[in-house]
Design a protein around this ligand. Structure first.
Ligand SMILES: [Zn+2]
Length: 416
């Protein structure tokens, strides 16, 4: 159906979302829309579909109707890796219809991520395959203290390439975690193997940066246009600022040649101080992502919308924040354009900006408040309205970590 065909009382949709406001990406302006959905696709977007029949109607008056959010850095290999969380259990409240797993699985266990998680999830899941054969299997609350690339034999390029070819439909890139905790002394060797796999498979390379060795300035020369630095606002010594809190010139040069910078908040990789200094020096992130996993889902990360509100609190506009959780990551993933448009996959979020203060925390325990809450009312994945499900608590706590600030605002249940 197109807008040329008149909508009549006999026009039938599976789902009709009425009265909401959506963002016209290109024009960056808001307009009122009714959205008709049938068989998992958006089939009509119009100023008014009043009078049309639908099996279910959602009144979105006063709310925003947006493309489903993309969380570009998460860990969803639940039941198989300590970090894993079940995306379906969290998606309804988070508004996230596309979850990108950032390297939980390597060649030795990617088949399980595809067959046990992706195949069963109501939401879309894409993955970066870890250059380590075992993925993030040893990472989490274990006494092992064994990084996934401490033994360089685990950087098996051939096995990684074979599995990329097998699961090409699901793989969006190659992941390597560079730093003392993950690669031990093998940082540069691991990076070179990851580079070769990304080149041979013609996929982007996502490099996690944390604690030296090596230094960020050693890593950046290996990254090209379309590659991604994740944890870009880490307070760690592989961060983007020098000791005087000035942006490293090689970081700016990397952006100029097309290297992308992703937030990847995580349990240790985002402070207001670093983000604020970067924003003040004209260095916003390309992508805003949560790095949601079992050890931060109970705070301070909670979910992607909470991460988004941290950037609103730092003064970024709603339009700029939304761009970094919809259009930009969709483009990097090579997905269809992220917009509420006819013919598009019906992945949508209905959300409100409620005028109530939210208390937000970073990984150092610093607190900021923001004057309004981004509250997800409905998450729609392929035309289905997701219900909050109760797979039980997903969070785990690492012993020895400070208790969370009780003032932090937790996500609210949807549908209220
Ligand atoms: Zn991660």
């Amino acid at each position: 159906m197109s807008t040329q065909e008149p909508v009549t009382t006999r026009t039938a949709f599976d789902l009709l979302v009425t009265g909401g406001k959506t963002l016209d990406g290109g024009a960056r302006s808001w307009r009122n829309v009714d959205v008709g959905i049938t068989e998992g696709r958006v089939v009509a977007v119009s100023g008014s579909l009043a009078g049309a029949y639908a099996k279910r109607t959602i009144d979105a008056s006063g709310a925003l109707v947006l493309p489903g959010l993309v969380d570009f850095h998460t860990h969803v290999y639940w039941g198989a890796t300590p970090l894993g969380i079940d995306p379906d259990a969290l998606a309804a409240a988070a508004g996230v219809t596309t979850w990108v797993d950032a390297g939980s699985a390597g060649a030795g266990n990617v088949e399980g991520l595809v067959k046990h998680v992706i195949a069963r999830s109501a939401v879309k899941v894409k993955l970066f395959v870890n250059v380590s054969y075992i993925g993030l299997l040893p990472v989490g609350h274990t006494a092992l203290r064994f990084g996934e690339l401490f033994d360089h034999r685990l950087a098996d390029a051939r096995a990684c390439l074979d599995e990329i070819e097998r699961f090409r439909d699901h793989v969006v890139g190659v992941k390597v975690r560079i730093g003392h905790d993950s690669t031990g002394p093998n940082g540069m060797d691991s990076l070179r193997v990851a580079r070769s796999v990304a080149d041979a498979s013609d996929l982007p390379l996502m490099a996690h940066v944390s604690t030296p060795p090596p230094l960020l300035s050693d890593v950046l020369p290996y990254l090209r246009a379309g590659d991604i630095v994740t944890h870009c606002y880490t307070p760690g010594l592989m961060g983007i600022l020098d000791r005087r809190q000035q942006l490293l010139p090689e970081v700016r040069e990397a952006r100029e040649r097309g290297v992308l910078f992703d937030v990847g908040h995580g349990a240790g990789s985002f402070t207001f101080a670093v983000a604020e200094a970067a924003l003040a020096q004209g260095f916003p992130p390309d992508v805003i992502s949560s790095d949601l996993h079992a050890y931060n889902v109970d705070g301070p990360v909670f979910d992607l919308t909470t991460t988004m509100m941290k950037f609103l609190a730092l003064g970024m506009s709603l339009e700029d924040v939304l761009d970094r959780v919809t259009a930009v990551p969709s483009r990097i993933l090579g997905e269809e354009p992220s917009a509420v448009r006819e013919g598009g996959r019906a992945d949508l979020v209905v959300a409100r900006l409620d005028p109530e203060p939210v208390v937000l925390g970073d990984v150092s325990g610093e607190i900021r408040t923001h004057r309004e809450r981004f509250h997800v009312i409905h998450t729609i994945a392929q035309g289905a309205v997701l219900e909050p499900n109760s797979h039980g608590p997903q969070g785990k706590r690492k012993p020895g970590l400070p208790t969370l600030d009780p003032r932090l605002t937790r996500p609210k249940a949807p549908n209220r």
